[in-house]
Each structure stands twice: as C-alpha cells, then as structure tokens.
Design a protein around this ligand. Sequence first.
Ligand code: PMP
Ligand code: GLN
Length: 385
Amino acid sequence: MPSYPRPLTSRLPQVGTTIFSVMSALAAEHGALNLSQGFPDFDAPAELLALLDQYARGGHNQYAPMTGVPVLREAIAAKVSALYGASYDVDAEITVTAGATQAIFTAVAALVHPGDEVIVFTPVYDSYAPSVELQGGKVVYAHLTLPDYRPDWDEVARLITPRTRLIILNSPHNPTGTVWTAEDMARLEALVKNTDIVLLSDEVYEHMVFDGARHESVLRYPGLAERAFVVSSFGKTYHITGWKVAYCLAPRELMAEFRKAHQFIVFTVHAPSQYALADFMKRPGWYEQLKALYQGKRDIFRQALAGSRFELMPCQGTYFQCVKYGAISDEGDRAFVERLTREHGVAAIPVSAFYPDGEDHGVIRFCFAKSAATLAQALERLIKL
Ligand code: PMP
Ligand code: GLN
C-alpha cells in the first residue's frame, strides 16, 4: 500500500486510540483477565438470542424506519412512563440509535455550532470531548473532585457563559461509580432555568444503582426534561454491548433537529435486534434482577479487596469499581495498569485517561461485570499485591 503523500491536518490532533481498545488489546496479548473495557464476559439471556434468531429468520432484514421500529419505540415510551412518570410521544420524541455513542455524537452534531461552549465533568467519558471538538465546539471542564467525586455547583455556575450551549451529564457515572442526588438535580435545574442551555444526559447505567438509592433520571424532572436529550443503551441493560442498540428521548423540537443529523450519520439501526428487544422489554422483573446481579458482584469485589492493599473508592452505581493503589506502587496509573496486565494477569483502566491533560491521581478502574469464576480468579491475583 503506498503511503499518503500529502500533509494531513488532523481534526483531532490530541486523540489517539481509545483507552478501552488499548487495554483490551493488551489484555488479549498477555492472556490477562480483562477487567478493563466495560462489558460482561457472560452471555445475553437465551430468550433474547432466540428472539433475535426468530426475527432475523422471519424476514425482518431490510431497513428499519429511520426513527426506529414502532414497537420498540412504544416499548421505550411505556418503560419511561412506568419508571419515571415521563410521557414521550412515540412518533416525535423517541429515536433508536446505534449505541449511546452515536446518540451522544448525534445530539452534539445537531446542536453545537462552531464556538459554542459545552460543559462536561472530569473525569469524563472519552467520547464527549472529541464529539464536541469535531463540531468546532469548545469543551469547558467542570471538576468532580476526589475523594467523593461530587459536582461543585458553584464552579458550574462560574463556568456558564452566554456561549454555553450544552451541559453533558452522566449519572450513574463512568468511571467513578458515583450517583447524583435529588439535590444535584435541583441545583442543576436552578442553574439552567431561564437560559437557552440544553442538557445531554447519558444514563446508560440507569438500572445499576445500589443500596436502595434511586436513579435520579432527568426524566423525573420536567424542568430539566423540557430541555434535555436523554440517552440510554440496551448494551448495558441486556448484556449485549456488541449489538450497539440504544435510544434517545427529547422534546419534539429538539428531536426534530436530532433526526436531521441522525438520518445522515447512521440513517437507521439493525432491524432484527429492535424487534427482539421490543418483545424482551415486556418481560417483567428484569431491571430489579439486573440491579441485584451487579450489586452482588460489587459486594464480592469489594469484600475481597477490603483485605488487600488497594484502597476502595465509593461505588454507588455502574459496573465499575475505582481503587487507589498508592500503598502498592508509586508508578503513574498507565504504567501501573500495564504492569498489572503483563505481570499479574489482570487488566484495568487508568483513570487519567478520563482527564483532558492526563491528570493522574493514582486511581484505576476495574469492571466487575464478569462471571463469578473470572472475578474469583482476578481477586485471588489482586489480593496478593
Ligand atoms: N456512555 C457511557 C458513560 C458509557 O460507559 C458507554 C459505554 N460503555 C457509552 C456511553 C456508550 O454506549 P454504547 O456502547 O451503547 O455506545
Ligand atoms: N464504555 C465502556 C467502558 O467504559 C467501553 C465502551 C468502548 O469501548 N467504547 O469501558
């Protein structure tokens, strides 16, 4: 293959390969237990796989409608009504997307003009800033600070300017596992009231909130929902991260703009998956089961590590557990996870990857969405360190 002969000006000069791909590749290379990238190592429910097979063989293999198949949009509307008391129009206010990543990218592309400011919270999920930068937007960083990673609403107030177009929120939060409270939502609502600021709420871990706490979805708050894109992902909820099916909800005016971009970014999403999910969503009790499953795994993980030299950070939600490793090593977090993968056979994510300037607090993230056998093996290795 000849090499490209011209100078190339990157649109994303600071961006390399996402840390999730990097660490999963390193784990594979060294045969390590992969507690880095967030995905379950157990399979999706057999009944859901049977439904996918049924719809694929049943002739549902051509383009789905641009907005998503009606039965799935109906199931999503019924879900958010039952869980959050939110009322979304099936035709005008719900769009099925190819993963939450695409929904987030599309919402940003639909809304952000060059020079607009977008507030995000560090540590920040890695797709947000590049999505904004590709639109010529300016990313403004608010800080979730250690040890509890709570939002500082006074700082957010100071960061808001007449150019603030969007605030991107994520609770339960990746990577820290923290969960926003009703008070956080009230503070946010007070800040955006009487402004043109739109919210993009990434709620992909909505069903993984532990210890009896409630997921404070933007959908519960009409004063927030009226100005918000709310995104969730079936990948997290049904152990099917590889299907890349998610959805976005927004008031019709916002959704009309979203769809203008959506139709040219992806047009439409894998059809048989949508029919299968629409049926499977009717199954009662799934969300409670999911929560119990992950709370159980979190507890096993924490109990074992409590007796180790790792220092556990709080984990109120998600399937991630952050730890400090300062009692074990004074290496930087990237060096530490690389050595952990190579020498001890357990891969993790360095939390510095979630900061724009690679800020390193000696914190790493483990994903505990793994089978009992994988967790037992990983914990046996980790407690020896
Ligand atoms: N947002 C957050 C906070 C995530 O952790 C993830 C993925 N794991 C996504 C978005 C992307 O979800 P999807 O795989 O549906 O694109
Ligand atoms: N969101 C997942 C994580 O945080 C990974 C998704 C991805 O690899 N893009 O690990």
